[in-house]
Write a protein that binds this ligand. Structure first.
Ligand code: SAH
Ligand code: SF4
Ligand code: F3S
Length: 476
């Protein structure tokens, strides 16, 4: 069944609260000689980044301005992640610091939202231990933030809304994006897969797809405002459309976007191996604007562990898909996610993960040590390996992959690559930075006004995590 949408009437309520906050903020500006300032911090995945853009969109409409500096903010919002314990620990650490800040600045408002607070035991802990938090809202209540924030601004005590919903989609929430040239476009929310280690389905709800015309309209509007690179987002993006009443799947979305004039690059994440169809492989191959890059999380190499993870594919099936992709799209950049130390993983199981890395030769991997998540099936399992053994395996994994990464990057030396310039380099202030079609980071000398443009760069040196290059021309 298709997901319901938040109705115009429901959204009108949120808008009326945006107007009320705006009045408050106008008064504040007169009294203080400056606008009320909001500071947002985002943890977790790109979907959370996109959600923060919605939060900022609503705040901006309500008359807030933004600051990068939490110290000067009147409102601090943390958009949190629950996927691993360290993501949660970081937030608790920050909350401790905010307590002192609030002691010296009584009017400071502190809000927490996102996946971490969607869990009841976490919200209970915040209420119990961190009394200085004014507002808590979960992933399902994002569109209701204006009303909740207004109440928090006017009521004593913490305002909380973590009610789970059937997964309605809010289409009217305004989005304030950071960059002009690149945009995240969420096309599907939630996850139905229930991998046994993962909290996401519990905090994000069931899979629901946005309607194709709404997505394509968003892309057209973005292009009209100068965006050329579109990244489609979904926890399981390649199962897009399965819940829709119309007969449109993810490949169709890619093909239709490929036809839109002004779009130059299309990326997407994250694909689940079990839903990677031949049709999608041919679509990536045939659509000139779809970047030749695929993130395909394998998680583990042993069939026993894959089964216990509930991943719904075997090592052989995964590798057969990789073979097919490599055959159809030679040179495609492949990346993956790996979990080391799933409770029942033995050293022999782990060796099979290394075998996968050596066979596929991923361009890069995102590797994680298993983190126990309360409420997931894997949380009940006992560990076979000790913490030391798991860390030893993790380090071995990094060593094997670092070598492969370096070798893959060396293949780029001497090549000419079209690069979309992101801005100043993060590692070298004298350089600019951008990405190749395959997603590799390139640093090169150039002026700041190249930001957002495409330049041809000759790769002069391969490094461990990036490439150095020289501009040899503009876009041809
Ligand atoms: N939907 C995506 C991404 C999910 S979260 C996917 O299925 O690939 C991103 C990554 O975090 C996962 O791919 C997995 O590798 C990792 N992850 C999820 N739960 C974890 C846990 N409990 N411990 C360690 N890593 C985890
Ligand atoms: Fe988590 Fe699995 Fe869903 Fe990815 S596919 S979000 S790992 S449950
Ligand atoms: Fe984290 Fe939620 Fe994303 S748990 S990884 S922010 S979907």
């Amino acid at each position: 069944m298709a997901a319901t949408e938040i109705t115009k009437e429901q959204w009108a309520v949120s808008e009326s609260y945006i107007a009320k906050i705006k009045e408050d903020n106008a008064l504040f500006a007169i009294q203080n000689g400056r606008a009320r300032l909001a500071h947002t911090e985002t943890y977790g995945c790109q979907q959370n980044v996109n959600d923060t853009e919605r939060i900022r969109g609503m705040l901006s409409k309500a008359g807030f301005e933004f600051t990068e500096n939490a110290e000067e903010a009147d409102l601090i919002i943390y958009n949190t992640c629950a996927v691993r314990e360290n993501a949660e620990q970081k937030v608790f650490g920050r909350l401790g610091i905010l307590k002192h800040m609030k002691e010296s600045k009584k009017d400071l408002m502190i809000a927490m939202c996102g996946c971490m607070v969607q869990q009841e035991h976490i919200t209970e802990k915040i209420k119990r231990v961190y009394g200085h938090v004014d507002l808590i809202f979960g992933t399902h209540a994002l569109w209701r933030m204006p009303e909740l924030l207004y109440r928090a601004m006017h009521e004593k005590g913490v305002v909380v809304d973590i009610t789970p919903s059937d997964g309605a989609i809010a289409e009217d929430v305004p989005i304030l994006r950071d960059k002009e040239q690149k945009a995240w476009v969420s096309i599907q929310y939630g996850c139905n897969n229930f991998c046994s280690y993962c909290i996401v389905p519990y905090v994000r709800g069931r899979e629901r797809s946005r309607k194709p015309d709404v997505i394509l309209n968003e892309v057209r509007n973005l292009v009209a405002n100068g965006t050329t690179e579109i990244s489609f987002l979904g926890q399981n993006v390649n199962s897009y459309g399965k819940d829709l009443d119309c007969d449109v799947d993810f490949s169709d979305i890619l093909r239709m976007t490929n036809e839109i004039e002004g779009v130059k690059r299309i990326r997407f994440m994250t694909s689940h191996p079990k839903d990677l169809s031949d049709k999608l492989i041919y679509t990536i191959r045939d659509c000139d604007k779809v970047c030749k890059q695929l993130h395909l999380p394998v998680q583990a190499g042993s069939n026993k562990i894959l089964k216990e993870m509930n991943r719904c594919y075997t090592k052989e099936e995964y590798l057969a898909k990789i073979d097919k992709i490599k055959k159809e799209i030679p040179g495609i950049a492949l990346t993956t996610d790996i979990i080391v130390g799933f409770p029942t993983e033995t050293n022999e199981d782990f060796k099979e993960t290394l075998d996968i890395l050596r066979y596929v030769r991923f361009d890069s991997i995102f590797s994680f040590i298993y983190s126990r998540r309360e409420g997931t099936p894997a949380a009940k399992l006992d560990f076979v390996l000790s913490e030391e053994e798991i860390h030893k395996n993790f380090n071995e994994l990094l060593e094997v992959q670092n070598q492969i990464c370096k070798e893959k990057n060396l293949e780029y030396e001497g090549r000419e690559e079209l690069v979309l310039v992101d801005g100043e380099s993060k590692t070298n202030k004298d350089c600019m930075q951008g990405r190749t079609d395959s997603g590799k980071i390139v640093n090169f000398k150039g002026s700041h006004d190249l930001t957002g443009k495409y330049v041809m760069v000759k790769i002069t040196k391969a490094k461990q995590w990036s490439l150095d290059g020289e501009i040899i021309g503009g876009e041809n």
